[in-house]
Ligand binder design. Structure first.
Ligand SMILES: [Zn+2]
Length: 159
């Protein structure tokens, strides 16, 4: 049975007057939905989430990094990732745990790169990476671990 009093994602109690993130968004809380929409570049939501962060309602929130992949020669690609803090300022000279792995059917089948890298003064990581030949049903992912957060980005430009 579905418990409709709680967020289906994080378990937060819904519609609690004293908790501004507990608004019911179709069974999920505004805390979860707001963060997802902000991650999907919904500008209006992003502004609200930043305001909620400033008011202290989202102390653990970190915006999803902006990531771009560009094809390069052979099996190389160029990664351009920008990390901003919740006030939309660059995360300069930060240690970021980065992985490039190959996934197949929701499972990591191979790790291509796994190391700690540093952002520059603009909060950027810019680097060339090499990928092995891709097989059917396999997708390379750029994965980021930062401050208890995890984000995965399919390297869809690669074939
Ligand atoms: Zn939730």
């Amino acid at each position: 049975m579905i418990n409709t009093d709680k967020c289906q994602i994080c378990g937060r109690k819904l519609n609690v007057h004293s908790d501004p993130l507990s608004d019911d968004c179709g069974g999920d809380c505004w805390g979860c939905i707001g963060e997802m929409e902000a991650d999907m570049d919904c500008e209006q939501t992003l502004e609200m989430v930043i305001e909620e962060y400033k008011k202290g309602f989202r102390p653990d929130w970190i915006p999803r990094p902006k990531v771009k992949f560009t094809h390069s020669k052979n099996s190389k690609f160029y990664l351009d990732a920008t990390f901003l803090n919740p006030l939309m300022e660059p995360y300069s000279n930060q240690e970021i745990d980065v992985q490039i792995s190959i996934w197949s059917k929701h499972k990591r089948v191979k790790s291509v790169f796994n190391d700690t890298v540093f952002t520059d003064k603009d909060g950027k990581i810019e680097q060339y990476f090499e990928l092995p030949q891709s097989k059917r049903n396999q997708t390379p992912y750029f994965e980021v671990h930062y401050e208890n957060k995890y984000w995965g980005f399919p390297i869809i430009d690669y074939d």
